[in-house]
Design a protein around this ligand. Structure first.
Ligand code: TRP
Ligand code: ZN
Ligand code: CA
Length: 432
Protein backbone atom coordinates (compact mmCIF):
# COMPACT_ATOMS: atom_id res chain seq x y z
CA UNK A 1 0.00 0.00 0.00
CA UNK A 2 1.45 3.29 -0.90
CA UNK A 3 0.72 6.28 1.23
CA UNK A 4 -0.43 9.52 -0.21
CA UNK A 5 -0.53 13.12 0.74
CA UNK A 6 -2.80 15.71 -0.71
CA UNK A 7 -1.53 19.21 -1.14
CA UNK A 8 -4.24 21.58 -2.17
CA UNK A 9 -1.63 24.30 -2.34
CA UNK A 10 0.18 22.52 -5.15
CA UNK A 11 -2.98 22.38 -7.19
CA UNK A 12 -3.56 26.05 -6.53
CA UNK A 13 -0.07 26.74 -7.80
CA UNK A 14 -0.83 25.07 -11.11
CA UNK A 15 -1.62 28.10 -13.18
CA UNK A 16 -2.97 26.25 -16.19
CA UNK A 17 -2.18 28.88 -18.74
CA UNK A 18 -3.33 26.51 -21.44
CA UNK A 19 -1.82 24.70 -24.37
CA UNK A 20 -0.48 25.92 -27.64
CA UNK A 21 1.45 28.84 -26.21
CA UNK A 22 4.38 29.67 -28.47
CA UNK A 23 7.66 28.05 -27.60
CA UNK A 24 10.34 30.43 -26.50
CA UNK A 25 13.99 30.09 -27.35
CA UNK A 26 16.09 30.93 -24.34
CA UNK A 27 18.93 33.41 -24.62
CA UNK A 28 22.32 32.07 -23.48
CA UNK A 29 22.29 32.23 -19.69
CA UNK A 30 23.93 35.28 -18.20
CA UNK A 31 25.60 34.75 -14.84
CA UNK A 32 24.24 37.14 -12.24
CA UNK A 33 26.92 38.89 -10.23
CA UNK A 34 27.81 37.02 -7.07
CA UNK A 35 27.29 38.96 -3.85
CA UNK A 36 30.09 40.27 -1.70
CA UNK A 37 30.24 38.07 1.38
CA UNK A 38 30.30 40.32 4.47
CA UNK A 39 33.52 39.61 6.39
CA UNK A 40 31.78 40.65 9.61
CA UNK A 41 29.28 37.81 9.19
CA UNK A 42 32.02 35.23 8.62
CA UNK A 43 33.88 36.52 11.67
CA UNK A 44 30.72 36.40 13.77
CA UNK A 45 30.50 32.67 13.01
CA UNK A 46 34.13 32.30 14.13
CA UNK A 47 33.34 34.12 17.37
CA UNK A 48 30.53 31.63 18.00
CA UNK A 49 32.80 28.66 17.25
CA UNK A 50 35.42 30.06 19.64
CA UNK A 51 32.79 30.44 22.36
CA UNK A 52 31.60 26.89 21.74
CA UNK A 53 35.18 25.66 22.26
CA UNK A 54 35.58 27.82 25.38
CA UNK A 55 32.42 26.34 26.86
CA UNK A 56 33.41 22.75 26.01
CA UNK A 57 36.94 22.13 27.23
CA UNK A 58 38.75 24.23 24.64
CA UNK A 59 38.11 22.23 21.49
CA UNK A 60 35.48 21.14 18.96
CA UNK A 61 36.97 17.70 18.29
CA UNK A 62 35.29 14.51 17.11
CA UNK A 63 33.48 12.78 19.96
CA UNK A 64 33.62 15.86 22.22
CA UNK A 65 30.71 18.08 23.22
CA UNK A 66 32.16 21.01 21.28
CA UNK A 67 31.75 19.12 18.02
CA UNK A 68 28.03 18.53 18.37
CA UNK A 69 27.54 22.11 19.60
CA UNK A 70 29.30 23.36 16.45
CA UNK A 71 27.02 21.23 14.30
CA UNK A 72 23.92 22.49 16.08
CA UNK A 73 25.05 26.10 15.52
CA UNK A 74 25.59 25.67 11.77
CA UNK A 75 22.42 23.60 11.34
CA UNK A 76 20.33 26.21 13.15
CA UNK A 77 21.47 28.95 10.77
CA UNK A 78 20.76 26.79 7.70
CA UNK A 79 17.35 25.62 8.89
CA UNK A 80 16.30 29.21 9.56
CA UNK A 81 17.44 30.19 6.03
CA UNK A 82 15.31 27.58 4.27
CA UNK A 83 17.79 24.77 3.65
CA UNK A 84 16.78 21.13 3.87
CA UNK A 85 19.27 19.72 6.36
CA UNK A 86 20.09 16.20 7.42
CA UNK A 87 22.55 14.81 9.94
CA UNK A 88 24.41 11.64 9.02
CA UNK A 89 25.78 9.59 11.94
CA UNK A 90 28.83 7.36 11.92
CA UNK A 91 31.16 5.79 14.47
CA UNK A 92 34.90 6.40 14.61
CA UNK A 93 37.35 5.49 17.37
CA UNK A 94 34.44 4.39 19.53
CA UNK A 95 32.66 7.75 19.36
CA UNK A 96 29.65 8.91 17.37
CA UNK A 97 30.47 11.37 14.61
CA UNK A 98 28.18 13.49 12.47
CA UNK A 99 28.11 14.98 8.99
CA UNK A 100 25.73 17.85 8.29
CA UNK A 101 24.28 17.96 4.77
CA UNK A 102 22.22 20.93 3.56
CA UNK A 103 20.35 21.11 0.27
CA UNK A 104 19.10 24.34 -1.27
CA UNK A 105 15.71 23.42 -2.78
CA UNK A 106 15.57 23.60 -6.57
CA UNK A 107 17.91 23.15 -9.48
CA UNK A 108 18.71 20.08 -11.55
CA UNK A 109 19.61 17.37 -9.06
CA UNK A 110 21.36 15.37 -11.78
CA UNK A 111 23.92 18.19 -11.80
CA UNK A 112 24.66 18.90 -8.16
CA UNK A 113 27.39 21.33 -7.14
CA UNK A 114 28.50 20.42 -3.62
CA UNK A 115 30.56 22.68 -1.37
CA UNK A 116 32.07 21.59 1.92
CA UNK A 117 34.40 22.02 4.86
CA UNK A 118 35.30 19.99 7.91
CA UNK A 119 33.57 20.94 11.11
CA UNK A 120 35.84 19.21 13.63
CA UNK A 121 38.97 20.60 15.28
CA UNK A 122 41.90 18.67 16.72
CA UNK A 123 41.72 18.07 20.48
CA UNK A 124 44.62 20.50 21.07
CA UNK A 125 42.60 23.64 20.43
CA UNK A 126 39.49 25.37 19.10
CA UNK A 127 40.43 24.98 15.40
CA UNK A 128 39.43 28.44 14.28
CA UNK A 129 41.57 28.60 11.14
CA UNK A 130 41.51 24.76 10.83
CA UNK A 131 38.72 24.61 9.92
CA UNK A 132 36.46 27.19 11.50
CA UNK A 133 37.48 29.39 8.56
CA UNK A 134 36.18 26.98 5.91
CA UNK A 135 33.13 26.15 8.03
CA UNK A 136 32.23 29.84 8.40
CA UNK A 137 33.03 30.80 4.80
CA UNK A 138 30.91 28.00 3.36
CA UNK A 139 28.12 28.73 5.85
CA UNK A 140 28.03 32.42 4.95
CA UNK A 141 28.10 31.64 1.20
CA UNK A 142 25.15 29.29 1.73
CA UNK A 143 23.31 32.01 3.65
CA UNK A 144 24.04 34.39 0.76
CA UNK A 145 22.34 31.91 -1.60
CA UNK A 146 19.31 32.11 0.67
CA UNK A 147 19.41 35.92 0.95
CA UNK A 148 19.51 36.16 -2.85
CA UNK A 149 16.80 33.49 -3.07
CA UNK A 150 19.01 32.10 -5.84
CA UNK A 151 17.24 29.96 -8.44
CA UNK A 152 20.22 28.05 -9.79
CA UNK A 153 20.02 25.83 -12.88
CA UNK A 154 22.03 23.21 -11.02
CA UNK A 155 21.26 21.88 -7.57
CA UNK A 156 23.34 23.25 -4.69
CA UNK A 157 24.33 21.07 -1.73
CA UNK A 158 26.55 21.94 1.21
CA UNK A 159 28.37 19.59 3.58
CA UNK A 160 30.14 19.95 6.93
CA UNK A 161 32.10 16.82 7.67
CA UNK A 162 33.05 15.24 10.97
CA UNK A 163 36.28 13.53 12.02
CA UNK A 164 38.41 14.95 9.20
CA UNK A 165 41.25 15.21 11.66
CA UNK A 166 41.06 11.45 12.29
CA UNK A 167 41.69 10.72 8.59
CA UNK A 168 38.85 12.18 6.48
CA UNK A 169 36.47 9.81 8.26
CA UNK A 170 33.23 11.78 7.79
CA UNK A 171 33.73 12.63 4.13
CA UNK A 172 34.74 9.03 3.33
CA UNK A 173 31.60 7.87 5.10
CA UNK A 174 29.44 10.31 3.14
CA UNK A 175 30.87 9.36 -0.27
CA UNK A 176 30.58 5.64 0.58
CA UNK A 177 26.94 6.15 1.54
CA UNK A 178 26.07 7.36 -1.97
CA UNK A 179 24.99 4.93 -4.69
CA UNK A 180 27.03 4.95 -7.90
CA UNK A 181 24.12 6.76 -9.54
CA UNK A 182 24.04 9.44 -6.84
CA UNK A 183 27.81 9.97 -7.08
CA UNK A 184 27.30 10.54 -10.80
CA UNK A 185 24.93 13.40 -10.01
CA UNK A 186 27.63 15.40 -8.20
CA UNK A 187 29.19 17.42 -11.00
CA UNK A 188 31.68 19.15 -8.69
CA UNK A 189 32.83 19.11 -5.07
CA UNK A 190 34.51 22.26 -3.74
CA UNK A 191 36.52 22.03 -0.50
CA UNK A 192 37.55 24.80 1.86
CA UNK A 193 39.96 23.76 4.60
CA UNK A 194 42.04 26.60 6.14
CA UNK A 195 41.16 29.78 4.25
CA UNK A 196 42.15 32.41 6.83
CA UNK A 197 45.74 31.52 7.67
CA UNK A 198 47.45 34.33 9.63
CA UNK A 199 50.45 34.49 7.26
CA UNK A 200 48.42 33.63 4.19
CA UNK A 201 49.15 32.22 0.79
CA UNK A 202 46.59 31.96 -2.00
CA UNK A 203 46.56 28.35 -3.14
CA UNK A 204 44.11 26.87 -5.66
CA UNK A 205 43.56 23.12 -6.01
CA UNK A 206 44.62 21.98 -9.48
CA UNK A 207 42.77 18.66 -9.53
CA UNK A 208 40.30 19.78 -12.23
CA UNK A 209 41.23 22.44 -14.80
CA UNK A 210 37.72 23.89 -15.17
CA UNK A 211 37.23 24.30 -11.43
CA UNK A 212 40.76 25.61 -10.98
CA UNK A 213 40.01 28.23 -13.65
CA UNK A 214 36.94 29.52 -11.81
CA UNK A 215 39.05 30.41 -8.76
CA UNK A 216 41.98 31.72 -10.80
CA UNK A 217 39.57 33.96 -12.70
CA UNK A 218 38.24 35.33 -9.43
CA UNK A 219 41.66 36.15 -7.99
CA UNK A 220 42.66 37.69 -11.34
CA UNK A 221 39.86 40.23 -10.83
CA UNK A 222 41.58 41.19 -7.55
CA UNK A 223 45.05 41.13 -9.17
CA UNK A 224 46.15 38.62 -6.53
CA UNK A 225 48.53 35.97 -7.87
CA UNK A 226 47.73 32.38 -6.93
CA UNK A 227 49.79 29.21 -6.73
CA UNK A 228 48.84 25.58 -7.14
CA UNK A 229 48.10 23.92 -3.81
CA UNK A 230 50.94 21.46 -3.13
CA UNK A 231 51.01 21.18 0.67
CA UNK A 232 49.94 17.55 0.63
CA UNK A 233 47.48 16.45 -2.02
CA UNK A 234 44.62 14.44 -0.66
CA UNK A 235 44.96 15.84 2.86
CA UNK A 236 41.40 17.04 3.16
CA UNK A 237 37.80 16.09 2.44
CA UNK A 238 38.00 16.48 -1.33
CA UNK A 239 40.11 13.30 -1.52
CA UNK A 240 37.27 10.77 -1.06
CA UNK A 241 35.24 12.62 -3.72
CA UNK A 242 38.18 12.64 -6.13
CA UNK A 243 38.80 8.94 -5.48
CA UNK A 244 35.17 8.27 -6.44
CA UNK A 245 35.71 10.00 -9.78
CA UNK A 246 34.07 13.30 -8.84
CA UNK A 247 35.64 16.55 -10.08
CA UNK A 248 37.08 18.51 -7.16
CA UNK A 249 38.38 22.01 -6.54
CA UNK A 250 39.05 24.30 -3.62
CA UNK A 251 41.13 26.93 -1.90
CA UNK A 252 43.77 26.83 0.83
CA UNK A 253 45.78 29.56 2.57
CA UNK A 254 48.54 27.35 3.98
CA UNK A 255 49.27 25.24 7.06
CA UNK A 256 52.68 24.41 8.55
CA UNK A 257 54.81 24.95 5.45
CA UNK A 258 57.09 28.02 5.51
CA UNK A 259 56.40 31.11 3.39
CA UNK A 260 59.28 31.81 1.02
CA UNK A 261 60.62 35.29 0.40
CA UNK A 262 59.19 35.18 -3.14
CA UNK A 263 55.78 34.40 -1.67
CA UNK A 264 56.11 37.17 0.94
CA UNK A 265 56.96 39.58 -1.86
CA UNK A 266 53.80 38.88 -3.82
CA UNK A 267 51.41 38.21 -0.92
CA UNK A 268 52.88 40.21 1.95
CA UNK A 269 53.33 38.61 5.35
CA UNK A 270 56.46 37.14 6.85
CA UNK A 271 59.01 35.08 4.93
CA UNK A 272 60.61 32.24 6.84
CA UNK A 273 57.53 31.79 8.97
CA UNK A 274 54.77 29.15 8.63
CA UNK A 275 51.55 30.12 6.86
CA UNK A 276 49.86 29.03 10.08
CA UNK A 277 52.26 28.68 13.02
CA UNK A 278 49.31 27.67 15.23
CA UNK A 279 48.28 24.78 12.95
CA UNK A 280 46.85 21.98 15.12
CA UNK A 281 47.82 23.91 18.29
CA UNK A 282 46.00 25.50 21.20
CA UNK A 283 46.74 28.94 19.73
CA UNK A 284 44.49 28.34 16.68
CA UNK A 285 42.00 30.79 18.17
CA UNK A 286 39.92 33.74 16.90
CA UNK A 287 43.09 35.81 16.72
CA UNK A 288 44.77 33.26 14.43
CA UNK A 289 43.05 34.66 11.34
CA UNK A 290 44.10 37.00 8.56
CA UNK A 291 40.94 38.99 7.80
CA UNK A 292 41.92 39.90 4.25
CA UNK A 293 42.53 36.29 3.24
CA UNK A 294 39.32 35.16 4.95
CA UNK A 295 37.39 37.90 3.15
CA UNK A 296 38.78 37.17 -0.33
CA UNK A 297 38.42 33.42 0.04
CA UNK A 298 34.83 33.73 1.28
CA UNK A 299 33.97 35.98 -1.66
CA UNK A 300 35.62 33.41 -3.95
CA UNK A 301 33.28 30.70 -2.64
CA UNK A 302 30.25 32.81 -3.57
CA UNK A 303 31.77 33.64 -6.96
CA UNK A 304 32.30 29.93 -7.69
CA UNK A 305 28.76 29.02 -6.60
CA UNK A 306 27.20 31.67 -8.82
CA UNK A 307 29.40 30.70 -11.78
CA UNK A 308 29.04 26.94 -11.46
CA UNK A 309 25.34 26.72 -10.69
CA UNK A 310 24.31 28.46 -13.90
CA UNK A 311 23.97 26.73 -17.26
CA UNK A 312 24.49 23.10 -18.12
CA UNK A 313 27.74 21.19 -17.97
CA UNK A 314 27.21 18.93 -20.98
CA UNK A 315 27.36 20.17 -23.63
CA UNK A 316 28.72 23.46 -22.38
CA UNK A 317 27.68 25.47 -25.38
CA UNK A 318 24.51 23.71 -26.54
CA UNK A 319 21.62 25.58 -28.10
CA UNK A 320 18.65 25.59 -25.76
CA UNK A 321 14.98 25.59 -26.75
CA UNK A 322 12.62 25.98 -23.86
CA UNK A 323 8.95 26.32 -22.98
CA UNK A 324 8.36 27.89 -19.57
CA UNK A 325 4.55 28.13 -19.80
CA UNK A 326 2.92 26.16 -16.98
CA UNK A 327 0.59 23.34 -18.04
CA UNK A 328 -1.76 21.78 -15.51
CA UNK A 329 -1.69 17.97 -15.44
CA UNK A 330 -5.23 16.73 -14.73
CA UNK A 331 -5.47 14.12 -12.01
CA UNK A 332 -5.97 10.46 -12.98
CA UNK A 333 -7.99 9.34 -14.92
CA UNK A 334 -7.47 12.53 -16.90
CA UNK A 335 -6.07 12.73 -20.42
CA UNK A 336 -2.43 13.32 -21.27
CA UNK A 337 -1.32 16.93 -21.71
CA UNK A 338 1.49 18.27 -23.86
CA UNK A 339 3.78 21.28 -23.96
CA UNK A 340 5.46 22.17 -27.27
CA UNK A 341 8.85 23.49 -28.27
CA UNK A 342 9.37 24.49 -31.86
CA UNK A 343 12.88 24.15 -33.24
CA UNK A 344 13.80 26.11 -36.34
CA UNK A 345 16.96 27.13 -38.14
CA UNK A 346 18.93 23.93 -37.55
CA UNK A 347 20.17 21.51 -40.18
CA UNK A 348 20.12 17.73 -40.25
CA UNK A 349 19.04 15.33 -37.57
CA UNK A 350 18.84 15.66 -33.81
CA UNK A 351 21.81 14.39 -31.79
CA UNK A 352 22.19 10.89 -30.40
CA UNK A 353 22.52 12.47 -26.95
CA UNK A 354 19.72 15.03 -26.99
CA UNK A 355 19.32 16.52 -23.51
CA UNK A 356 15.74 16.84 -22.31
CA UNK A 357 15.45 18.94 -19.18
CA UNK A 358 12.16 18.33 -17.38
CA UNK A 359 10.81 20.40 -14.50
CA UNK A 360 7.46 19.08 -13.26
CA UNK A 361 5.94 20.17 -9.97
CA UNK A 362 3.82 17.32 -8.60
CA UNK A 363 3.03 15.95 -5.16
CA UNK A 364 3.77 12.31 -6.18
CA UNK A 365 6.25 11.76 -9.02
CA UNK A 366 5.35 8.06 -9.24
CA UNK A 367 1.97 9.05 -10.71
CA UNK A 368 3.55 10.35 -13.87
CA UNK A 369 4.25 8.86 -17.29
CA UNK A 370 6.40 11.27 -19.28
CA UNK A 371 7.32 10.99 -22.98
CA UNK A 372 9.24 13.13 -25.40
CA UNK A 373 7.46 13.23 -28.77
CA UNK A 374 9.74 13.89 -31.73
CA UNK A 375 8.75 15.81 -34.87
CA UNK A 376 8.05 12.42 -36.52
CA UNK A 377 5.45 11.64 -33.85
CA UNK A 378 7.59 8.92 -32.29
CA UNK A 379 7.47 8.73 -28.48
CA UNK A 380 10.56 8.36 -26.28
CA UNK A 381 9.74 7.25 -22.74
CA UNK A 382 11.44 9.45 -20.13
CA UNK A 383 9.67 8.45 -16.91
CA UNK A 384 7.35 5.60 -15.97
CA UNK A 385 4.74 5.49 -13.26
CA UNK A 386 5.84 3.74 -10.07
CA UNK A 387 5.30 3.75 -6.33
CA UNK A 388 7.95 6.49 -5.89
CA UNK A 389 6.36 8.96 -3.48
CA UNK A 390 9.06 11.61 -3.97
CA UNK A 391 7.50 14.87 -5.14
CA UNK A 392 8.48 16.61 -8.39
CA UNK A 393 10.58 15.65 -11.39
CA UNK A 394 13.48 18.02 -11.98
CA UNK A 395 16.13 16.31 -14.00
CA UNK A 396 17.78 16.01 -17.40
CA UNK A 397 17.26 12.94 -19.60
CA UNK A 398 19.47 11.91 -22.48
CA UNK A 399 17.60 10.64 -25.56
CA UNK A 400 18.98 9.10 -28.74
CA UNK A 401 16.98 11.23 -31.18
CA UNK A 402 19.27 10.71 -34.17
CA UNK A 403 16.45 9.48 -36.44
CA UNK A 404 14.46 12.71 -35.91
CA UNK A 405 14.92 15.87 -37.92
CA UNK A 406 16.14 18.60 -35.58
CA UNK A 407 13.65 21.15 -36.92
CA UNK A 408 10.01 20.74 -36.11
CA UNK A 409 7.63 20.63 -33.19
CA UNK A 410 8.81 18.64 -30.19
CA UNK A 411 6.40 17.86 -27.38
CA UNK A 412 6.62 16.83 -23.78
CA UNK A 413 3.65 14.53 -23.07
CA UNK A 414 2.62 13.91 -19.47
CA UNK A 415 -0.13 11.71 -18.11
CA UNK A 416 -1.14 11.23 -14.46
CA UNK A 417 -1.78 7.54 -13.73
CA UNK A 418 -2.55 7.70 -10.01
CA UNK A 419 -5.52 9.34 -8.31
CA UNK A 420 -5.35 12.17 -5.77
CA UNK A 421 -1.93 13.82 -6.20
CA UNK A 422 -1.66 16.59 -8.79
CA UNK A 423 0.71 19.08 -10.32
CA UNK A 424 1.84 20.87 -13.45
CA UNK A 425 4.58 21.11 -16.05
CA UNK A 426 6.66 24.03 -14.83
CA UNK A 427 9.06 24.16 -17.78
CA UNK A 428 11.03 21.88 -20.07
CA UNK A 429 13.82 22.33 -22.57
CA UNK A 430 15.84 20.65 -25.28
CA UNK A 431 19.58 21.15 -25.49
CA UNK A 432 21.08 20.30 -28.90
N1 TRP B 1 43.30 19.65 7.66
C1 TRP B 1 44.41 19.48 6.78
C2 TRP B 1 45.39 18.55 7.47
O1 TRP B 1 45.45 18.52 8.68
C3 TRP B 1 45.08 20.78 6.47
C4 TRP B 1 45.84 20.71 5.21
C5 TRP B 1 47.13 20.46 5.06
C6 TRP B 1 45.30 20.91 3.93
N2 TRP B 1 47.44 20.49 3.74
C7 TRP B 1 46.34 20.76 3.04
C8 TRP B 1 44.03 21.20 3.46
C9 TRP B 1 46.13 20.87 1.68
C10 TRP B 1 43.82 21.31 2.11
C11 TRP B 1 44.88 21.15 1.22
O2 TRP B 1 46.11 17.81 6.83
ZN1 ZN C 1 41.71 21.07 8.25
CA1 CA D 1 -2.52 12.04 -9.29
Amino acid sequence: MRTRTTLAAAAALALGLGLGAPAVQAAPPAVAAAPDIPLANVKAHLTQLQQIANANGGNRAHGRAGYKASLDYVKGKLDAAGFTTSVQQFTSSGATGYNLIADWPGGDTSQTVMTGAHLDSVTAGPGINDDGSGTAGVLEAALAVSRAQLKPDKHLRFGWFGAEELGLVGSKYYVNSLSTADRGKISAYLNFDMIGSPNPGYFVYDDDPALEKVFKDYFATLSIPTEIETEGDGRSDHAPFKNAGIRVGGLFSGADYTKTSAQAQKWGGTAGRAFDACYHSSCDTSTNINDTALDHNSDAIAYALWQLSTGTTTPPTGDVYENTTDVTIPDSPGAAVTSSVSVTGRTGNAPSALKVGVDIVHTYSGDLVVDLIGPSGKAYRLHNSSSDSTPNINTTYTVNASTETANGTWKLKVQDKGPQDTGYINSWKLTF
